[in-house]
Ligand binder design. Structure first.
Ligand code: C5P
Length: 233
């Protein structure tokens, strides 16, 4: 990934929060309305996880990964068409990043210091371009501590489970399906909150937005109204 020196820097908005809180869909929509880039940092952790699984590197060896392993793993980021693309060996990654196997393994990979440090450099390079909406778990607290606007999205566990199922095309989720999904989300939140490096935390200087009873349009409009002043910076 190269960063042109003549690109003008602009504001950075971070959106953090637990699993299923709607960070990525909200960040994507916000970026589109503001004509900013969208960085889905979860997809970066998923890409490394996918690459490890595809290479057949067993989970017990992940703890021993070093920087050069990550340099050679084939994951890279492209910035063409004002979009941030994630590739493996030059091929763009999409649905491969959302498989059950990747979703189950990604919190383990994301807990490794070497992985977090390797991705920190890439994310900050993207941040240097400005005009960015970045979503994840540590965007406001660690990756972009100087961000212009920091949002922390929360929602009831049941609401998050229901939304996640709807997103995965389960048309009218049953109470049992919601309960099962809620357990999965709770476990992921626990792993992300309890880890040693860059745990999921609400940044001190962030606005917490509870979206349990907000429609998608309401939550996007609320954040847009907070971001209004920034676009003129
Ligand atoms: O947001 P998404 O569900 O795609 O994130 C997948 C996983 O990546 C999370 O469960 C978390 O373990 C990790 N992650 C992280 N820090 C971020 C973004 C994601 O640790 N900034």
């Amino acid at each position: 990934m190269s960063v042109d020196s003549d690109i003008v820097c602009g504001p950075i908005i971070t959106i953090d929060g637990p699993a299923g809180s709607g960070k990525t869909t909200t960040a994507k929509e916000l970026a589109s309305r503001l004509s900013f880039r969208h960085l889905d940092s979860g997809a970066l952790y998923r890409a490394i996880t996918y690459a490890l699984v595809k290479e057949g590197i067993p989970p017990e060896r992940w703890i021993s990964l070093v920087d050069t392993d990550l340099d050679n793993i084939g994951v890279n980021v492209s910035l063409e068409d004002a979009k941030i693309g994630i590739c493996l060996n030059g091929e763009p990654l999409f649905s491969e990043l959302r498989t059950t196997e990747v979703t189950e393994c990604v919190p383990v990979v994301a807990s490794l210091k070497v992985v977090r440090e390797w991705l920190l450099g890439i994310q900050r390079k993207i941040g240097m371009l400005g005009n960015l909406v970045a979503d994840g778990r540590d965007m406001g607290a660690v990756v972009f501590p100087e961000a212009d606007l920091k949002i922390f999205l929360v929602a009831d566990l049941e609401a998050r489970a229901r939304r996640r199922l709807l997103q995965n095309f389960v048309v009218s989720p049953s109470p049992e399906e919601i309960m099962t999904e809620a357990k999965i989300i709770k476990n992921r939140d626990f792993t992300d909150t309890a880890r040693e490096f860059s745990p999921l935390r609400r940044p001190k200087d962030s606005f917490e937005l509870d979206t349990t009873s907000l429609s998608f349009e309401e939550q996007v409009s609320l954040i847009l109204s907070m971001a209004e002043d920034l676009t003129t910076i």
